[in-house]
Design a protein around this ligand. Structure first.
Ligand code: UDX
Length: 437
């Protein structure tokens, strides 16, 4: 059993802290946000993540998971300190590392015996070296090993991804650190999860290379979908056949309004910026970023076309605001760009999302929000689906048609039946599918 600290109790820190306490270690999640710590100590979970509340509660009750704002004291008592603070995108596309650097300094000031300092946040290649330098600059005699242990969890499936990962990457220099990290992940080791030991720089690169590749895959299928529309092909059939080739795989070949979230947009920009910095540009990734941006705008153009070439003065129901289902996160969501453009073009937006409305209100306080999809579509001139929530997959098309002023719908997630829409008399469009059966 190891004593472990997570500095930064956001998505990665809270899921990671709860997950590692589940592996049997003594974990304390710390944060400078005193209020957040008080809420966690009162049993409140600040983010929505399936299974997280139960996992936190279980491990708090077992006495293995704690929350504290006393960062220095907790670091001193730890064997392993995970850095899980945010790395937002700076104005130049590169990740902003000021918080990571401040944390490294605090760790250096509290190194009172051998510890592992391990970064889980996604940080640009070379950050590990920088963190080591900062720690040494405040504590030249400090005894520690640095580890890069990138996190691959998906929002909405984060607990499952943490407890059953495809692989664990441990980037470090010494065998002592590898052994200790393997002990942390021991239950996975027994499950035969691949545990890859690499250099720090390689581990840092793996995370970016993986996320950028997935973004590339999505932008690729979105462009294929757009071409399918022009040539009369069906992107789902194309994607299915492509995916049956084991070299390609069927995952991440779903077309849509453009990817969003806290990782892909930020990580692709950061990797592209790193490529430029080292004179080794990643042109494929730069193209994937551009394609993603234009895909969002394309959705507004499609909707305008469906509505007689203008949304000005029209009421548009927007169903789904989260960047994907099972999350209340709206960071970089396609909805942000699309709603903003619709408002700019003079539309009145009536929005509904099962759980992401509160977060969306922080960015768009002036559009109208409704408590059900039925209320949002009432008397609307057109409707656009942006998130594939299950309740939209099953929505009653007759009821939808009766509620709307005009039966016009853009299904950007291709979740509605074309046959159903046709037989109900909808004017509709989707992404990359034939419009007639
Ligand atoms: C992603 C990675 O999957 C994860 O490994 C990494 O650590 C963090 O980033 P996440 O951002 O939570 O996770 O969501 P993910 O499910 O990967 O979806 C990202 C975006 O891509 C969403 O907007 C989603 O709608 C979109 N997407 C995904 C598609 O448009 N098509 C697809 O085929 C898959």
């Amino acid at each position: 059993m190891k004593k472990i600290t997570f500095i930064g109790t956001g998505y990665v820190g809270l899921v990671g802290g709860a997950g590692i306490s589940e592996f049997g270690h003594q974990v304390t999640c710390v944060d400078i946000d005193q209020e957040k710590i008080e809420r966690l100590n009162a049993g409140e979970i600040p983010i929505y993540e399936p299974g997280l509340k139960t996992l936190v509660k279980k491990n708090v009750n077992k006495g293995r998971l704690h929350f504290s704002a006393n960062i220095s004291k907790i670091i001193q008592k730890s064997d392993i300190v995970f850095i899980t603070v945010g790395t937002p995108q700076g104005s130049n596309g590169e990740a902003n590392l000021s918080v990571v650097e401040a944390v490294a300094k605090t760790i250096g000031e509290n190194l009172n015996g051998y510890k592992i300092v391990c970064t889980k946040s996604t940080v640009p290649i070379g950050t590990g070296k920088r963190i080591e330098e900062i720690i040494r600059s405040v504590n030249s005699m400090g005894d520690f090993d640095y580890v890069s242990n990138p996190e691959f969890l998906r929002e909405g499936a984060a607990v499952k991804d943490f407890l059953h990962p495809d692989r664990v990457v441990i980037g470090t220099r010494t065998q002592k650190a590898i052994d200790l990290m393997e002990e942390v992940y021991r239950p996975l080791y027994i499950n035969e999860t691949p545990i890859l030991s690499t250099s720090v720089e390689t581990a840092e690169m793996i995370k970016y290379a993986a996320n950028a590749f997935l973004s590339l895959k999505i932008s690729y299928i979105n462009e294929i979908a757009n071409l399918c529309e022009s040539v009369g092909a069906d992107v789902h059939e194309v994607a299915r056949a492509m995916g049956l080739d084991g070299r390609i795989s069927s995952k991440f070949l779903h077309p849509g309004p453009g990817y969003g979230g806290s990782c892909f947009p930020k990580d692709t920009h950061a990797l592209a910026a790193t490529g430029q910095k080292y004179g080794s540009p990643l042109r494929t990734i730069e193209a994937a970023i551009k394609t993603n941006e234009s895909q969002k705008v394309r959705m507004v153009e499609k909707l305008s076309r469906l509505m007689g070439d203008s949304v000005n003065g029209k009421t548009i129901a927007v169903l789904g605001l989260a960047f994907k289902p099972q999350t209340d996160d709206v960071r970089e969501a396609a909805s942000r760009v699309i709603v903003s453009k619709l408002v700019e073009l003079g539309a009145s937006v009536h929005a509904y999302d099962p759980i992401a409305m509160d977060n969306f209100k922080n960015h768009f306080p002036n559009i109208k929000y409704f408590d059900s999809w039925q209320d949002a579509v009432k008397s609307a001139d057109g409707c656009i689906i942006l998130t594939e929530w299950n309740e939209f997959r099953g929505l009653d098309l007759n009821e939808l048609k009766d509620l709307m002023r005009f039966p016009v719908i853009l299904d950007t997630k291709n979740i509605l039946s074309i046959q159903g829409l046709e037989s109900c008399g909808f004017t509709f469009d989707n992404v990359g599918r034939k419009l007639h059966q």
